[in-house]
Design a protein around this ligand. Structure first.
Ligand SMILES: [Zn+2]
Length: 477
């Protein structure tokens, strides 16, 4: 009996070994990235469009889905894409820590190398790593960068250039002029113009004029963007970051979808070698820092509208890979259940986030970031109450929270945006949409990538794999 059992176990062990050996051999043949080496060229897309929601992980995308279904009565294309085409999951950590900033995350995703937080595509040993946009340029491809933040913000900058600090805005704009992106759309006019001419540059240079002189069409509002016919386009729609969708003036500042459409129109002209376009929504991250569920919701919808534009383009140009992803999670976003009040700890005194709760977000007319700006550093209790009554109908600010705002005290050490995070807690107490932090977290991020080369982006991977595979696709064609 013992002998029989032993023999059976031996056979099982040998079988397991054989299966493992076959898997190892197959993986070796395929290369680490998951595609047979010879197939990379055949699978390489002509065009690549990366739709990038900063600070967005699975919980945010899913929040976009159910709020869009209920409040907008529109399907959410991004999660349908994840469902139908499969997903990848990326570890987001930088060099030397487990929580990343956007500079280090963007660098890993643009170069395949881990860098320290705050650094743009320069490795810890001081070497400049080749970026996706530099590689695309070298291949004769056209390139475009869009951000709802400043165009020189961490993500578009990390994808384009090498710099030891993400903060030297003037130098980053200089590097853009040297790189010559065919399309550059977003905020950040301040570091394109000198002091005295409405800008912040200390060298007296007018970089908008410099781009115009090199043949770029310059636009500064939605109508000009829509009417633009240039193959090279510079559009700066705000001095600093562009506004949140919840409160923006769309005649002045185009939506993320309108910017994506404008960029695709320009880039698809005179395009024999294809293009690489990065479209970033930064408001999703800023809303996360603020713990602002209403602004996040509308920024997610805006991102989904841009995904629709990219997928429409892919339908007419199937030789296009569309990638939808984020760089890290922001806010420890936690739609949950909670007690209605502290009168009883019983589950009968509990509510779960549902349609009634998300419907409360719809009438909110101001971002928490703007609320903090309006209240200033020394708000009175009356000013706080008046702002809540006007812009947050249906919400009640508890006395303990009002006190924190008036005294400018944070909820916790992890919540440094005092007014925003405290008003975020007000919204949480009535909707169940809580937040664990005012910063970033280590949660992995999702990737959906329909189109040629999509296999490279499936499965559980590191963010450096994302960068390496992107470069591999660009180099192969
Ligand atoms: Zn952030």
């Amino acid at each position: 009996m013992n002998f029989l059992k032993h023999a059976r176990e031996s056979r099982l062990a040998m079988l397991r070994f054989a299966v493992a050996a076959i898997v190892v051999c197959a993986l070796a043949l395929m290369g680490c990235a998951g595609l047979p080496v010879g197939e990379t060229k055949a699978q390489s897309p002509k065009n690549i469009v990366i739709i990038f929601a900063d600070g967005v992980a699975a919980t945010q995308w899913d929040f976009g889905r159910y709020t869009s279904n209920v409040l907008r009565r529109q399907p959410f294309v991004t999660t349908e894409l994840f469902r139908d085409k499969g997903i990848g999951l990326l570890i987001s950590s930088p060099h030397g820590a487990y929580v990343t900033d956007s500079a280090a995350a963007g660098s890993a995703m643009a170069t395949g190398f881990k860098v320290d937080n705050g650094i743009l595509s320069v490795t810890p040993d001081g070497k400049s790593a080749r970026t996706v946009m530099q590689a695309a340029k070298a291949k004769g491809k056209r390139i475009g960068l869009i951000s709802t933040a400043t165009v020189y913000d961490a993500t578009p900058a990390a994808f384009s250039m090498n710099a030891k600090s993400r903060r030297d805005s003037q130098a980053l704009v200089d590097k853009y002029l040297a790189l010559e992106p065919d399309v550059l759309l977003g905020g950040g006019a301040d570091y394109f113009l000198p002091v005295g001419a409405g800008g912040k540059r200390k060298d007296g240079k007018d970089m908008i004029a410099a781009f115009r002189g090199k043949g770029w069409q310059v636009v500064s509002n939605t109508a000009e963007l829509k009417a633009a016919t240039g193959v090279k386009l510079l559009g700066l729609f705000a001095d600093e970051d562009m506004d949140f969708d919840i409160e923006s003036d769309r005649a002045k500042e185009p939506t993320m979808a309108e910017m994506t459409a404008g960029a695709l129109k320009a880039l698809s002209q005179a395009n024999p070698n294809g293009f690489v376009l990065l479209v970033e929504n930064e408001n999703t991250d800023t809303a996360g820092h603020a713990n602002d569920a209403a602004a996040l919701m509308r920024a997610l919808w805006a991102t989904d509208d841009a995904v629709k534009v990219a997928l429409d383009f892919q339908r007419s140009s199937p030789d296009t890979l569309v990638i939808v992803t984020g760089d890290h999670e922001t806010g420890g976003f936690s739609p949950t259940y909670a007690l209605k009040d502290l009168s009883s700890l019983s589950s009968s005194n509990r509510f779960y986030i549902g349609d009634a709760q998300i419907k409360m977000l719809e009438p909110i007319t101001m971002s928490l970031t703007t609320a903090a700006e309006k209240l200033g550093k020394k708000p009175s209790a009356e000013a706080v109450d008046a702002l809540v009554a006007k812009h947050f109908p249906g919400f009640k600010l508890d006395a303990d929270l009002r006190d924190l705002i008036v005294k400018q005290k944070p909820l916790e050490r992890s919540h440094a945006y005092v007014v925003q995070n405290v008003l975020g807690r007000m919204v949480a107490r009535q909707t169940g949409i809580y937040w664990g932090t005012g910063g970033h977290t280590s949660e992995p991020v999702l990737v959906g990538a329909p189109g040629p080369g999509s296999d490279l982006f499936r499965g559980y991977r590191d963010n450096t794999d994302f960068g390496r595979n992107l470069l591999r696709l660009i180099d192969a064609r």
